[in-house]
Structures are given as C-alpha cells and as structure tokens.
Design a protein around this ligand. Structure first.
Ligand code: NDP
Length: 367
C-alpha cells in the first residue's frame, strides 16, 4: 500500500472520494441508492432559504417537500412554486405536529441565529433530523444543548457548512493532508463585507448573537480548522469599531484574531462588516502554499498553488451540500470534512474564546 493511501486512511479520507469528481461519485451512488430520497422542509423562507430551495431543484438525493414559515403569503407562494402540499406546511406555533408527518425526514433551519437552538430542540423532540444554518447557535452552551438533544432523540444534527463539499476546497485539504505543502505553519483567513440596512436582524444582538464574527468571521474560524487540520489551543483577539451607532454594544464591526495550534502552526484572521472584497484564504507550508480568493463565496471559487491554478468544475454549493447530506443521513456516508453538530460546536467554542479575548485583552487557552 502506498504511503499516500496509508496517510489518507489515517486521515479518514477515502481515495475514491478524493479521486472522483463529484458528478461521477454521485452517479455511482445513484445507481445503488436510486430509491432513497431525503425529504426536506425548509424553516424560514428568507434570502438563504430561497437559495437552498432553488439549488435543491437540481438535487438527485434531496427534495423540498415542506415549509415552516411565519408569513402565510410566503407559504402559498412556495406551495405553488415548489408543489408543496398543504399537509406539509407549518408555522412556528404548529411545527411540533411534524412528528405525525411521515413524509418529512428533516427540517433545515434558515432562520436568524437565535432561533436555531430553541427550534432545533423542538424538531428533535418531534423525531426529525435537523440541519442548522451557521452559526449553529449563539454560543457553545447552546450548541452543547443542541448536540445533546439530537443525540437523545436519535436524530442527525448537521450544519450548513457548504464549503466542506466544495471541490477546490477539498483539493487544497487533500494536498494539505497528503503533505504536498510540507508542514503547514501559517494560515490567513480574511472574511468581510460592508453590511447595509442598519435595522436588519444581523445587527440586532438578541437575534444575531454578535456581529460580523457570528455571520462572516465564522468562515475564517471554520476554514482555519479544515485548512490546517488541527484544533487551536489558544486564541487572542482585538476589536475595532468605527461606527458605534450602527454597531451597538455587543455587535462587533471588526475583529482581528489569532490562533495557535499543537504543531506550532499559527493563524491570523480578520472578520469585518466594514470592508468589501474580503474573502481570502492563504495557507503556507514548508514546501509550498495554497491561496483561495474568493474562498467562501457562492463561487466560482478560485484557488492556486505555486504550480498554477487548481481547476475543478464549479458546482452550485447548496445542490452538492444537500445531495451529500442526504448520503450522510440516509447511507451513513462519512464526509471528508465533518458537518455534524460537534463540528458546529467546535467553531462556537472558538468564537466564545474570541469574544472573551476581546473583552479581557488576554490570551484565552482552549481545551
Ligand atoms: P433572512 O432575514 O433573509 O431570512 C430569515 C427568515 O427567517 C425570514 O425571512 C423569516 O422567514 C424567518 N424569521 C423568523 N423569525 C424571524 C425574525 N424574528 N426576524 C427575521 N426573520 C425571521 O436571513 P438569511 O436567509 O440571510 O439568513 C438566515 C440564516 O442563514 C442565518 O443563520 C444566516 O447566518 C444563514 N446564512 C447562511 C449562508 C450560507 O452561505 N451558509 C448565507 C446566508 C445566510 P418566514 O417569514 O418564512 O418565517
């Protein structure tokens, strides 16, 4: 057996999953599993819920069959647009009844952050699988409750980390895990955009749980972990605020943060709601680098190394994500980069530490 294969096995990565393009993997999977389809209800019919619904039209293994919404007019719109029967439509008061609906397997929460935990507990109690959008919850304590509730109910809890299935991201991860970049000792993650409407829920601490860090900085937190393949042991962080009217107490505008890892690797990251065109990952090792820009947007993602660009076909992230999540839930498939509740929780632990480091000015030790 080659060293590479031994390495990949140790890293829990199948050589097949890495060598086949998504479409081939999917068609092979389809032949075997043609009958099993993940039947999905989307909760919160806003901007991202709509994007997921549209992307699911092209799914082979996942199908939109239900909705949970507080807005009756959206329910009727979605019913006619996606052919959703009235028996699969709920609002936030009635959705516990989903327990008696055998035609829905999973509820995908695309609601404001503060609603993820309470709704997850109710979905789990109804015996349905849960997909949560990022951030999974407002903090690690909430995240732990969600993980425990889903475990107790025997249902899956997955997080909508669409980049974990993105082909160029997976190629960089493969190169890093295979040692092709040497010892990767530095990662830089830059995540930001200029946020508009000051009245939106993203700038409301109760609904968002914070500011840019919860919404966009989480991509750098999560990206650091999958790019370096390690968990941080310390965090330092600093905050800057140029508009205290728009970004009230507890709503962060800009945070820089650093992380240290057991190998000696370090990460230096930026999360902001005050600058556009910030969507970049840079991974440097003793033998080479990988750079991605854009690195987490809806794509196409661009990635290159010292050997030139990484070429992979662009795929709609949410289509691949939902097909892969169907394979995880229905077939027990193990993704290359995890997307379960424990994974979501790891990011929340780090975000809690970042906020603590901002508050105290101290280095926060983890683990
Ligand atoms: P939107 O504001 O566009 O939609 C949220 C929807 O949630 C609303 O339309 C509404 O739907 C429902 N809702 C229920 N209660 C409230 C409330 N109190 N205030 C506002 N809306 C409420 O938000 P997004 O779709 O942009 O974001 C939703 C989630 O998805 C967030 O957690 C966000 O972080 C995540 N997200 C993830 C992305 C990714 O790439 N993975 C990208 C964008 C967002 P209804 O009227 O049907 O009840």
């Amino acid at each position: 057996m080659t060293t590479r294969r031994i390495f990949l096995q140790k890293a829990g990565i199948s050589t097949l999953a890495l060598s086949l393009p998504y479409t081939n993997t999917l068609s092979a999977m389809q032949t075997e599993k043609e009958d099993k389809i993940l039947r999905v209800a989307i909760m919160g019919l806003g901007s991202y819920g709509t994007r997921v619904a549209e992307a699911m039209k092209d799914c082979k293994r996942a199908k939109l069959v239900g909705v949970v919404s507080g807005t009756p007019s959206k329910i009727t719109d979605w019913q006619s647009k996606y052919g959703i029967p009235a028996k699969n439509c709920y609002n936030y008061e009635t959705f516990d009844q989903i327990k008696d609906n055998p035609d829905i397997d999973v509820v995908y929460m695309t609601t404001p952050n503060s609603l993820h935990k309470p709704h997850c507990l109710r979905i789990a109690a109804a015996g349905k699988h849960v997909i949560s959008e990022k951030p999974m919850a407002l903090n690690a304590a909430e995240g732990r409750e969600m993980v425990a509730a889903c475990k107790k109910a025997g249902v899956h809890l997955l997080v909508g980390y669409r980049m974990h299935f993105e082909p160029k991201t997976l190629e960089v991860v493969r190169m890093q895990r295979a040692g092709e970049l040497g010892e990767t000792l530095f990662f830089q993650g830059l995540s930001g955009f200029i946020i508009g409407d000051p009245t939106q829920w993203r700038l409301n601490r109760e609904l968002a749980g914070g500011g840019s860090m919860m919404d966009i900085g989480i991509y750098s937190v999560n990206g650091t972990r999958y790019m370096l393949g390690e968990e941080p042991i310390w965090v330092t962080a600093q905050e800057s605020k140029t508009d205290p009217v728009k970004f009230k107490e507890g709503v962060d505008e800009t945070i820089t943060f650093q992380m240290g890892f057991p190998s000696g690797a370090m990460a230096s990251c930026l999360s902001t709601y005050a600058l556009n065109n910030l969507d970049k990952f840079f991974l440097n090792g003793t033998k080479g680098f990988a750079e991605m820009q854009p690195s987490t947007g809806y794509g196409p993602i661009k990635a290159w190394t010292k050997n030139g660009p990484i070429e992979r076909e662009h795929v709609t992230h949410q289509t691949v994500q939902m097909d892969e999540m169907a394979a995880i839930m229905l077939d027990g498939k193990k993704p290359v980069i995890p997307v379960d509740g424990e994974e979501g929780l790891k990011d929340l632990v780090i975000i809690d530490a970042i906020y603590e480091a901002v508050k105290t000015g101290e280095k926060v030790m983890l683990g």
